[in-house]
Design a protein around this ligand. Structure first.
Ligand code: FES
Length: 354
């Protein structure tokens, strides 16, 4: 078939299509190649070199995440040269940061930690002074500790290419290189809109959800998939529950449509109302100027009586109905039907037009 060809990976004949990288083909064929900066759906940068493989006839090791597969390629993913190169890269990354897993929120879900373990590295051979960056705790949503940053650039690509907010980029050069907003400001002073995309894409604990800090380890958290209620898009998110309490929300890029793991600020962070003491949990009826708790049947009867009374006295157009963009389409359909057919007015609108 046009555009199809085969390549050999670790002696296995693998089918490839024009445009696929070596990593794409390996994944499709169940062959493991570690990655760190690789971020599907964004520009391929081949920055970290964790995914290097040996290509027969090539002088240097090649980054499998960025190298297109071509007919007849012979690839080895597990030679001593490949393993040594990966170890060197990971040791340098480890040594150039302050990766203290004991208090790190990402302990147990950190890609750097997984790489170190999988490559069997006991301790980095190098001693590099930790960068000593001050942490950014300037806001209530995102906590940034650049001492744990591995400069993979995934947060930058997420910010610029997925959310198109264009807040983050690399700054400085050499061993002073770091990621951040323009003019090296805190997030709160930058143009960040707090969608949390950078946090979602970070493979380590450098950018984390501040709401969930010290609120349960990853393996203690139960994730409950649900649909965000803030608008009608239907974004899928995971409520993270610890000890029966929602401690934060996260999302899953693999879930797919409609949001592919991205969320807005409200979906990602505005969930503290769930356990708020101020939250209304029962209907209230004002009697003698004071709001008093009532049952649902009692409240609905009260509303029906009042609507009938207004309609009888002033006609149906004296009543207006306001629905919500947070309701489902079905709820909004029923509501306008109720206003038109039961009340008899076209005075119906919803909050998105206010
Ligand atoms: Fe391929 Fe980083 S994952 S170079």
């Amino acid at each position: 078939m046009e555009g199809k060809f085969s390549i050999l990976i670790d002696g296995k004949e693998c089918q490839a299509t024009a445009g696929q990288t070596i990593l794409d083909v390996a994944k499709k064929n169940g062959i493991y190649i570690p990655t760190l900066c690789y971020f599907p759906g964004t520009t391929l940068v081949g920055a970290c070199r964790v995914c290097v493989v040996e290509q027969e006839g090539a002088r240097n090791l090649v980054a499998s995440c960025a190298m297109p597969a071509s007919p007849g390629m012979k690839i080895r993913t597990d030679t001593p040269r490949v393993t040594e190169a990966r170890k060197m890269v990971v040791e340098l990354i480890w040594a150039s940061g302050d990766h203290n897993c004991l208090q790190c929120e990402s302990n147990g879900q950190c890609q750097l930690q997984d790489l170190i373990y999988r490559l069997g590295i006991e301790k980095p051979r190098f001693e590099i002074d930790p960068p000593g960056y001050p942490v950014d705790s300037s806001n209530t949503m995102i906590f940034r500790d650049l001492n744990k940053c591995v400069l993979c650039g995934r947060c930058i690509r997420g910010c610029n290419e997925i959310q198109v907010n264009e807040v983050l980029d690399f700054a400085q050069r050499g061993n002073r290189m770091k990621v951040g907003p323009a003019f090296d400001t805190d997030y709160i002073q930058s143009t960040c809109v707090f969608c949390g995309e950078c946090m979602q894409d970070c493979p380590t604990g450098a950018i984390i959800n501040k709401q969930g800090r010290f609120q349960g380890r990853p393996w203690e958290i139960k994730k409950v998939r649900t649909t965000c209620t803030y608008c009608g898009v239907g974004c899928q998110l995971d409520l993270n529950v610890y000890n029966g309490k929602v401690v934060k929300a996260s999302s899953d890029r693999n879930h797919g449509s409609p949001n592919w793991g991205s969320l807005c600020m409200k979906g990602r962070f505005a969930n503290e109302f769930i356990h708020s003491a101020d939250r209304l949990t029962t209907p209230l009826i004002r009697r003698n100027g004071k709001l008093q708790e009532a049952g649902w049947d009692e409240a609905l009867d009260f509303i029906a009586d009042k609507l009938k009374e207004i309609k009888a006295k002033h006609g149906p157009d004296a009543i207006g109905g306001l629905s919500s963009a947070r309701c489902t389409n079905e709820d909004n359909y029923i509501f306008q039907k109720f206003m038109r057919a039961a009340i008899g007015t076209n005075n119906v609108d919803h909050c998105a037009r206010l």
